[in-house]
Structure formats: structure tokens, C-alpha cells
Write a protein that binds this ligand. Structure first.
Ligand SMILES: C[S@@+](CC[C@H](N)C(=O)[O-])C[C@H]1O[C@@H](n2cnc3c(N)ncnc32)[C@H](O)[C@@H]1O
Length: 291
């Protein structure tokens, strides 16, 4: 059964636009782990394997994954009748006090679907919904149910990445998508990531390189190249992506539409500890069919 779908969440730094470049580098595997899952765009687009694990340090994100996996219908009931409006966004952001995990997930889901770029950190969480470009509330239940089906039997954890890598089974494949090395991403994510964390990631990957396979995506910079000079392959990759901006953010430049897409270029480095050219060839035909 084809269970490929888009990420259920809007997530800064999500790999939606790069998925066609990433998938061809993934080798065959039975155990799949994302230590920095975020919106999980690669997990959701690829087929599930025997064992799948999504891990992230953000407790609100992980709580929402767990509620969608285990209590999808209750979450749908909580969100029933919701309208996407600036007033409701402000209410969930500033006033609503969740009393339990279900309400935490309900609040988080509402804000994620209606905030600019899905940025959930309170200081940078702004209304960013447009009927033409965002998923409308009447479609949320279908999105939640589909996500819940895909998440069945997925191991979902709220650990630091180091623990997820250390505990990975021998032979596992890990898709590793940390915050950027050189950009200040503290404004996007609720947990900050320091230079020491980047070095810690390098150390732990080096230590486990002979028993796991990994594909690591990073900003393309000399420091990263130097740090990972021990890896098997590095590939320069470029892709186009679009960010929708609201009228409010465009300083009153009125447009007929509430949102207007702006195009950017993603430039990253894919770092792997295995020979991925063979993998690419065997994927060729399948990809032509899938995308
Ligand atoms: C670039 S995003 C991942 C995006 C994801 N691949 C997607 O497609 O949506 C990086 C993620 O790392 C998480 N993170 C930050 N520090 C972490 C840590 N110490 N351990 C695990 N996850 C962490 C953030 O919460 C964020 O979700």
C-alpha cells in the first residue's frame, strides 16, 4: 500500500521542497530514524519500513504526534467547529490554558496550521493563514486521520539527538536534519542549538559510523565541509522553494490575494557515510513514477 503523504505540519526548515533530491540517496533499510524530526517531511513522503522512529527535543511537537497517533478522534472533536481567524489565533496564543495533553495538542495544532511558516516560538508566532494557500479547518480532520494511520506503530520519542543516535539499532538508516550550522535558528525552534551541539553531533556520528548509515543535511559552508571530512561522500544540492508572506508582513503593499509566494533557493550539503551513487541508480525508475 502506498502511504506517501505530505508533512501534517508547517515547519520552518522542513525538507518538503528537497524531498525529490533526498529520497534517491536513501539506501534500502528496515529501521528508519529521524533524530531531528520536526515536521518529518521525509518520513511522511517515503514508505514506512519495519521499524520507524521520530524523535525531536520539542515537547509540544512530540505531544501532538503522540495525540494524533493514539487519540486522533478526540483531537478532531476538540477542534470541531474551529474557524481560522486572527481572533482565534490570538486566543490560542495568549489566553488559552490547556489542562491536559489533549488540549495542549489542540492548541498546538491550531497555532501550527494558522501561523506564519508554522513558527511556534511565542515571540515569533504570527497569524499567517490564507484560504487560498493554507489547509482549511474543514480539511483538518482528514489530515489528522491520515497522519494517525501513518503514525501507527511508529516509535515517537522526546529525547536529545545524541540518545536517539546511540540507541539506534545496528544497520539502521538515519535521516539527520539538524538546525543550520551558520544561521541563527533560535527564532524558529523552541529549543536552541549551540555550536557545541553541532560538534557533539559530529562526535557521536563519527563514533557510530561503522554500525549505522546516515544522510546528514547541512548548510553548505567551509566549516561543515571541514568538520565532516571523514565522511564517505558530500553532495552539493540546490532547489527552489516558496515562502508565502502575509499582507501585514509586506508593509501594507496591498495585493488582491492575502498571500503571495516568494521564491528562494535552497543550497545545502548532503553528507553520507556510505556509497550512495549505486542507491541513486536503483531509485531512478521508481522516482519517475512517484513524482
Ligand atoms: C531543520 S528542523 C527538522 C526539519 C524536518 N526534517 C522537516 O522536514 O520538517 C530541526 C529540528 O531539530 C529539533 N532539535 C533542536 N535541538 C535538538 C536536539 N538537541 N535534539 C533533538 N532535536 C532537536 C528542532 O526542534 C527542529 O524540529
Amino acid at each position: 500500500m502506498n502511504d506517501s503523504m505530505n508533512s501534517p505540519f508547517r515547519w520552518a526548515g522542513g525538507k518538503f521542497y528537497a524531498r525529490n533530491l533526498i529520497i534517491p540517496h536513501i539506501p534500502p533499510h528496515d529501521v528508519y530514524i529521524e533524530p531531528f524530526a520536526g515536521g518529518g517531511s521525509i518520513f511522511f513522503v517515503k514508505q514506512k519500513v519495519k521499524h520507524n522512529q521520530l524523535n525531536d527535543i520539542d515537547p509540544e511537537l512530540i505531544n501532538t504526534y503522540l495525540i494524533i497517533r493514539d487519540r486522533a478522534e478526540e483531537l478532531i472533536a476538540f477542534l470541531k467547529g474551529e474557524k481560522a481567524s486572527k481572533e482565534r489565533h490570538a486566543y490560542y496564543k495568549n489566553e488559552f490554558q490547556p489542562r491536559n495533553d489533549l488540549e495542549r495538542a489542540g492548541r498546538w495544532y491550531y497555532l501550527n496550521r494558522t501561523s506564519y511558516s508554522g513558527i511556534m516560538k511565542k515571540a515569533n508566532c504570527y497569524w499567517g493563514y490564507g484560504d487560498k494557500y493554507s489547509m482549511r479547518p474543514e480539511n483538518w480532520p482528514r489530515n489528522i486521520m491520515r497522519t494517525s494511520r501513518k503514525l501507527q506503530e511508529v516509535f515517537i520519542t522526546n529525547w536529545d539527538f545524541e540518545q536517539a543516535i546511540k540507541k539506534a539499532q545496528d544497520g539502521a538508516f538515519l535521516f539527520i536534519d539538524p538546525p543550520y550550522f551558520n544561521a541563527d535558528q533560535d527564532k524558529f525552534y523552541s529549543c536552541s542549538f549551540s555550536k557545541d551541539d553541532h560538534y557533539r553531533l559530529n562526535d557521536v556520528l563519527k563514533k557510530h559510523k561503522d554500525r549505522i548509515k546516515f544522510l546528514l543535511t547541512y548548510d553548505n559552508s567551509p566549516e561543515v565541509r571541514k568538520l565532516y571530512r571523514w565522511a564517505t561522500e558530500m553532495h552539493d544540492k540546490e532547489w527552489n522553494y516558496t515562502i508565502n508572506r502575509t499582507d501585514d508582513q509586506r508593509n501594507g503593499q496591498k495585493k488582491e490575494d492575502n498571500f503571495k509566494g516568494e521564491r528562494y533557493k535552497g543550497k545545502e550539503l548532503f553528507i553520507v557515510n556510505y556509497n550512495s551513487s549505486k542507491v541513486e541508480q536503483s531509485h531512478g525508475l521508481q522516482l519517475e513514477i512517484a513524482f
